[in-house]
Design a protein around this ligand. Sequence first.
Ligand code: SAM
Length: 298
Amino acid sequence: MSNSNQVRKSVSEFYTQAVRSGSGCACGCGGGDAVPKSFAAQFAGYGDDVAGLPADAVANSFGCGNPLAFSEVKPGEAVLDLGSGAGIDLLIAAHKVGPSGRVIGIDMTDEMIARARANAAEAGFANIEVRKGIIEDLPVETTSVDWVISNCVINLSPEKDRVFTEIARVLKPGGRMLVSDIVVQDVPAWVRESMALYASCVAGAVSEAEYTEGLRRAGLVDVEVRERYPYDFDQVKALIESEVPAEATASCCGPAPSSCCGGDTAPAPIDAATIAAEVAQKVWSAKFHARKPAERTT
Ligand SMILES: C[S@@+](CC[C@H](N)C(=O)[O-])C[C@H]1O[C@@H](n2cnc3c(N)ncnc32)[C@H](O)[C@@H]1O
């Protein structure tokens, strides 16, 4: 198995476990009881958008923003959600596009796909389709969607340039992308290289500059960051404590750093407070916008 496939497998196992345990918290926190509610309110920012949605979809929201907030998605349009999880953004998108529009979710984790399909059925949306696949190789027709959305997923991809290229491929000319995701700036190598912190969206995240350059390299234009929500010490600590087993934080890049730690010396012992002190204000949720040029033909 390639290294990238190994990373995806480990991420998928993490989210299978997260949705089974109902923690409601990973990259951000949904409605689970394991974390302070203010966390969910600040990072998801869903407000009234979740009124009336199936409770399971809200409780199993693992996002770090609300990509569709104030969006100009219109009735009849096609929306594609990368890493749709239990389906919260699929439901909000289905409401916006109405019966004449369509919504497609892509996820690699069977447990998430089952939840999203059940939540779409419970909400009575016949225009939501959830497909199994990876976001690096989308099972979606070229130039077929008006919008690509995603909520806290691309940071988890070990092959982000492939994802950006796929976004550019599936968008119709003039189609747009709205993505909420975690970005980092200046976090130490021992944090970036810790698999224990990868699935909770810290270790795999790149900087805003790397993100926007990747989108531009893929041929997208009007690339910009529209919102930012920095994670403070308490929020990072709560996130790590709720998601990362204590013994795992010390693995690989632990007190006796191995070669995987890029030569950095990790402080010992490594606990949630130590990591949070290192990472607070260097990690934030950002909302990215991009557009496929109208004249583009591929
Ligand atoms: C942090 S959760 C976010 C779920 C959802 N967007 C939300 O806001 O609740 C990440 C989701 O992305 C999926 N995922 C992660 N990497 C993926 C990949 N490379 N291809 C497809 N799905 C992926 C996981 O299975 C999981 O459901």
